[in-house]
Ligand binder design. Structure first.
Ligand SMILES: Cc1ncc(COP(=O)(O)O)c(C=O)c1O
Length: 906
């Protein structure tokens, strides 16, 4: 027969079939036999029965024989031309099977929806009433009439309205829909739902206007929910009372699916109308409705029917089905296999894993659902995440292992609809696969839940639900737990305790460390006023002690990978009377002003602080600060995920950039962070390190050609990013290669006092000096009072200074001017001292250094006029530079801080 390849089928189908058709897989179904379905990718045990259609298995020989015989005799005996033999024979066979003898008149159609549409017409016509009541969560088809009664998912009516008018919905006794626990009393649920229906009658839908109530005795698409007999009886009673017709839709639950020929039989309730389809012809398109003649025969001639309705071949298949039911005792098999199915699912539910994950096992016969505890409804409405719960994951695993199975409803439900004649062995095999998939998923979830429990227990932010939604979203996107674990780890790494210590300050043998990072916070131990260069308590008064303690605090924060910039809280312990801490406050204010920041502060006077070599520390400072998200080291898994995402989304910048999407996969990292990690570390095509002379020359010529269009420029600079190019040009090539002048220094200091560390802004006022130059230059001054940092870090800085790093954050002194400043010595200090004393005659020469320190520390941006004196006075003085390695003179013991008020009049 046809011979286009499976691959072509997939391609054609993908391209030319309408998108309204949902598809679970891209498999090509080639053939089916009994409980097995053969596809282009192997055989599957079929627990779907083509959504409850091939109830006797694929290609049942008896049914097939009936079909072949019929095709040989007549295929299409149009039913309005006369009597179609198999049509009437099938009616004859079905009548005794009907759940009520009152259902004595039958018509056939092609699909379930068509049967429902016909039932709608019949009930309206026969009662002369318009209103129809259907069930919240029920499903009756996709044609306009049937879809108007379908309330299991909004997708069936979304944006195709208006639907039929006169349709009202009432609730079913289903715990999840009613927002109660799965073990809630059925009696109570029934009572409440019937109470709702009575309200519906009184408030919206007068019984006298109501033609019929439509219900599936086992809700199918809505979650495989058997409707309790008491509810069905309640409906029957109300229908009888008000002359309303009760229509049971057995399109999915009929023909032995639930262990009885029709599911309504379990309740003992007699319907007025029944619709059926699916199992009736084991795969050929046939549906029907049955009712009492007094109802059916109200229809005028020609109001029903259809070209193909009651097709001869389909009806012949139906005859084959009725024969098999009788000969093979199908209902007995359903009940035996049903027990095995329920036993297995109940055992799963009772397991440790099941208790955590399974909410409900329910159903009748071989129409069984298992509902999991993960629920779309748990995802906050404002989080637009594609939900994939436990059931969906098990479902995927089952497919991978060769079991075709279906999910159903808006809840997390897997439905079992195996063939009704499935063997014990095949049932055991299918359940084995399901169990395996369940335990595997449970294991994955155990890991996830453990991580979540950890998070829940530890995270300061109460956002577990949000995190969960985020995890689920990631999981969806990657359909692999590996990535989920990466993300979990990204969160939980925050939970690991990391200690940092400066052994110069706190020996390894001490019972404490300098700082601890945990849960997004850095805790700093008390920093006393210790001068690390001497190992003794700082000399001087409370201000000098303050400088030393703050220096130590800065050191501790830097060791923990942060800085004083975002310190949340500082606690100061003063070993002096609180009335004496004024000078400290000035030092303190200036210290944090450098970071444009004011933390919370507690200050207490204490009875004593550590004494070293007989000298009392006057102050101890401790603090608390959030960690720098950017500082966390990238794990291997994160790097791999980043590379994978870049491969998927590209590394483009600008308008086409997918970096926001990529960054969204790293909840604790910024977009800049991700980009930087990629371009600076992971992208092997990018050259790092020193720029060659040739590169510099090329860059200069490209800037001449393109101006500052860094994208264009980097396009021609092989291996260099636009950031690198701009940084190289702005921070190095464009910069002056000359030492800083006194005017420039003065402007720098002045602007810093006004602007704080806004280096880019400051650099705009100092032509030829980049932001980086300015910052490094400023540090030369600032370093004098703050720098007790190890000489190794300084030498490291100096060593790499000529490499001209590309970013401020990572940079060393990059400017050519910067590298020429390491030349000072004692003579520079004395030049400096004399300069200061000339500026401020009231300052004693030995106090010159500390005066400058105080000037630096005394940055009071709200009084810019204070700092104006400095650049004006410095004007005309020659450039002065200092080597930070110089042994600076210590202020004398009798040293006193000059009165700054007298120097800078307010
Ligand atoms: C209970 C019920 N009613 C009606 C229908 C609609 O049947 P069809 O898809 O044949 O139109 C279905 C289909 O699944 C069904 O389960």
């Amino acid at each position: 027969m046809s011979q286009i390849s499976a691959q072509q089928i997939t391609t054609l189908g993908h391209k030319h079939l309408g998108s309204g058709l949902a598809r679970m897989t891209e498999l090509v179904m080639e053939s089916g036999q009994g409980s097995y379905l053969s596809t282009n990718q192997g055989d599957f045990l079929d627990f779907t029965s083509g959504i409850g259609v091939t109830n006797l298995g694929h290609c049942h020989p008896t049914v097939t024989a009936h079909v072949i015989d019929q095709i040989k005799s007549i295929t299409h005996a149009q039913c309005t031309l006369g009597y179609c033999r198999p049509y009437v024979e099938l009616v004859h066979k079905l009548l005794p099977m009907m759940p009520s003898p009152a259902l004595d008149t039958i018509l056939f159609f092609n699909s379930g929806s068509e049967a429902i549409d016909n039932a709608i017409k019949v009930v309206r016509k026969s009662t002369g009433r318009q209103n129809l009541i259907c069930m919240q969560g029920g499903f009756h088809g996709r044609t306009y009439g049937s879809a108007s009664l379908s309330k299991s998912k909004t997708v069936y009516s979304h944006e195709v309205g208006p639907s039929l008018t006169g349709v009202f919905t009432t609730s079913i006794p289903y715990w999840h829909q009613m927002g109660v626990a799965s073990d809630h009393s059925e009696e109570d649920l029934v009572e409440k739902t019937l109470y709702d229906l009575d309200h519906l009658f009184l408030q919206q839908c007068a019984p006298a206007d109501t033609a019929a109530i439509f219900i599936e005795p086992v809700i199918g698409e809505g979650g495989y929910i058997p409707i309790p007999a008491a509810f069905l009886r309640g409906l029957r009673e109300r229908c009888d009372r008000h002359g309303i017709l009760l229509v049971v839709d057995e399109i999915q639950s009929g023909f032995g699916r639930t262990g009885a020929m029709f599911a309504i039989e379990h309740s003992g309730v007699a319907p007025d109308v029944i619709t059926f389809a699916k199992g009736i012809a084991n795969g050929l398109p046939l549906s029907g409705m049955a009712a009492h003649s007094s109802i059916m025969n109200k229809m005028g001639k020609g109001m029903q029917g259809g070209t193909y309705s009651g097709n001869a071949v389909a009806c012949a298949a139906g005859l084959g089905v009725t024969k098999v039911f009788k000969e093979e005792n199908i209902l007995a098999n359903v009940n035996l296999r049903s027990k095995e199915l329920f036993d297995t699912l109940h055992a799963l539910q009772a397991s440790d894993e099941g208790k955590k994950l399974i909410a409900d096992v329910r159903g009748l016969g071989l129409m069984v659902g298992i509902e999991f505890k993960s629920s779309k409804l748990a995802v906050p409405a404002d989080k637009h995440v594609d939900f994939e719960g436990v059931g969906a994951k098990i479902h995927k695993k089952c497919l991978e292992k060769g079991l075709f199975i279906l999910t159903t409803s808006i809840y997390d439900v897997i439905r079992f609809i195996p063939p009704l004649n499935i063997t014990r062995e095949d049932m055991a095999k299918g359940l084995g696969i399901f169990e395996q998939a369940f335990y595997e998923t449970a294991k994955d979830y155990r890991c996830l839940l453990r991580e979540l429990e950890n998070l829940q227990g530890h995270l300061a932010i109460a956002a577990t639900a949000e995190l969960f939604a985020t995890f689920v979203k990631r999981l969806d996107a990657h359909s692999a737990f590996g990535d989920l674990e990466v993300l979990c780890r990204a969160y939980t790494s925050e939970m690991q305790i990391q200690a940092f210590n400066n052994e110069q300050y706190i020996p390894a043998t001490a019972p404490m460390v300098q700082s601890i990072k945990y849960n997004g916070l850095v805790f700093i131990s008390g920093c006393i006023s210790l001068d690390l260069s001497t190992g003794g308590i700082a000399k001087g008064g409370i201000a000098e002690h303050g400088v030393a303690a703050l220096d130590l605090l800065k050191d501790a924060l830097e060791r923990a990978g942060t800085s004083p910039s975002k310190v949340l809280k500082v606690t100061c312990f003063f070993n002096c009377h609180l009335s004496e801490i004024g000078p400290f406050n000035e030092v303190y204010a200036a210290f944090f002003a450098r970071y444009n920041h004011k933390p919370c502060r507690t200050g207490v006077q204490v009875a004593g602080l550590p004494v070293i070599d007989g000298v009392q520390a006057l102050i101890e400072i401790e603090s608390l600060r959030p960690t720098n998200e950017d500082d966390r080291a990238w794990s291997k898994e994160e790097d791999n995920l980043l590379l994978k995402l870049v491969a998927e989304f590209g590394s483009e910048r600008g308008k086409q950039s997918n970096w926001p999407v990529i960054a969204s996969y790293f909840p604790k990292r910024t977009m800049k962070n991700c980009r930087k990690r990629y371009f600076y570390t992971l992208d092997t095509s990018i050259v790092h390190g020193k720029w060659s002379r040739e590169e510099d020359e090329k860059l200069l010529s490209l800037v001449e050609r393109y101006g500052c269009k860094w994208k264009e420029i980097s396009g021609e600079m092989k291996g260099r990013t636009d950031d690198q190019c701009s940084s190289r040009f702005l921070n190095c090539l464009q910069c002056k290669n000359t030492p800083w002048t006194a005017e420039e220094d003065a402007t720098l200091l002045n602007l810093f006092e006004i602007e704080g560390p806004m280096w880019a802004k400051i650099s705009m006022s100092i032509p030829g000096r980049s932001a980086l130059n300015c910052r490094n230059r400023y540090r030369k001054f600032g370093g004098m009072h703050t720098s007790n940092r190890s000489s190794t870090s300084r030498s490291r800085q100096r060593k790499s200074s000529s490499a001209c790093s590309d970013s401020l954050a990572e940079s060393t002194d990059a400017s050519p001017g910067g590298s020429s400043v390491q030349q000072g010595g004692a003579s520079d200090i004395s030049t400096f001292n004399s300069l200061v004393t000339r500026m401020f005659p009231q300052v004693a020469p030995e106090d010159a250094f500390s005066t400058l320190v105080m000037m630096q520390l005394h940055a009071i941006p709200s009084h810019p006029q204070r700092s104006e004196a400095l650049p004006l006075e410095l004007e005309g003085h020659q450039h002065l530079d200092l080597d930070l390695d110089v042994d600076l003179p210590q202020p004398s013991a009798s040293h006193s801080i000059p009165d700054l008020q007298s120097i800078f009049p307010l």
